[in-house]
Design a binder for this molecule. Structure first.
Ligand code: ATR
Length: 283
């Protein structure tokens, strides 16, 4: 029996998913399934763990099962680019894709990590535009967030990293897209600034802190993209100084919400997604 393109045999169930290795820890199936259910969409969201992306078979297999869109997690965010028919400017800049939209059989790659961060931070810091930001790190997450911060109108962005050369390379690439005086390598020296964001993995062990106490003191608000532990040593220190703090869970939820909107063309039920993620995360 043939079904309309991109649907399962009942004709209106659409199939979505996430690929990665490992994927069993991913909150995405819980989050998207709850979102579909709350809007009475009879869709399915599955995890696909691949040891490798077999270049001949992967795309053919996904097209055969009629998948309508999917997320990509570690380690395939770059490798997926090989399979795309088109890519958004931001994903191209980042050389990283976390969402594939399938439209008229064409695979289009997007990166929603930066948008996820901006939406989460604007919720607790509405004056992001024209603000000053210190960003720690120069890896994939740092690139997505720094691009999105500059795109959102941040006035001054300072980037520091353990390996300075990587921060310099990131800044070199950013100044090709944005006004050069808005971004530089380094740290605020004794001057106050608005937002400190940690994009490094330092703090996941629950013990280490990615920057000096002085740099935290100079910030008005502090965010960490780590969500496990929920309060990293950096956030604990900032909290003890009376600063507003935010961990990375809402970034994760909003990047999922952005994928949901790309696929369904309707706003995601963010409150439902937050509720299920928080329930599962803090079990
Ligand atoms: P992601 O995609 O999550 O950003 P990544 O691209 O591997 O991951 O980047 C990890 C970031 O954490 C980098 O900025 C890395 O610093 P280096 O460029 O010097 O490697 C930073 N990082 C990881 N472990 C660190 C540590 N122990 N101390 C300081 N920075 C660290």
């Amino acid at each position: 029996m043939r079904t309309p393109e991109g649907t399962l045999p009942d004709g209106n169930t659409r199939l979505y998913g996430v690929i990665g290795n490992p994927v069993s820890h991913s909150l995405s199936p819980t989050m998207h399934t709850a979102a579909f259910q709350s809007l009475s969409l009879n869709n399915v969201y599955l995890s696909f763990q691949f040891d490798s992306l077999d270049q001949a078979l992967f795309k053919q297999a996904f097209n055969l099962i009629g998948i309508c869109g999917f997320n990509i997690t570690v380690p395939y965010k770059q490798e997926i680019i090989y399979f795309l028919d088109d890519i958004s400017p931001q994903a191209k800049f980042l050389n990283s894709v976390n969402t594939v939209e399938i439209k008229d059989g064409r695979w289009i790659g997007h990166s929603t990590d930066g948008e996820g961060y901006i939406r989460s931070v604007e919720e607790f810091f509405p004056n992001l535009r024209d603000s000053s930001v210190q960003l720690l790190g120069a890896g994939g997450s740092a690139a997505a967030i720094s691009y999105a911060l500059l795109n959102a109108g941040v006035k001054k962005l300072m980037i520091s990293n353990r390996t300075i050369g990587k921060a310099e390379k990131l800044v070199e690439r950013l100044v090709q897209q944005f006004e050069p005086k808005r971004v530089e390598v380094g740290s605020y020296k004794k001057e106050s600034y608005d937002l400190l964001v940690n994009t490094t993995s330092v703090g996941m062990d629950g013990e280490s802190c990615p920057c000096s106490k002085e740099l935290v003191e100079q910030a008005k608000i502090v965010s960490d993209i780590i969500y496990k532990p929920a309060t990293t040593p950096l956030l604990k220190m900032a909290e003890s100084m009376g600063k507003k703090i935010q961990n990375g869970l809402n970034m994760l939820i909003y990047q999922g919400a952005a994928s949901f909107q790309i696929w369904t063309k309707q706003p995601a039920p963010v409150d439902v997604m937050k509720r299920v993620c928080k329930n599962q995360h803090y079990l």
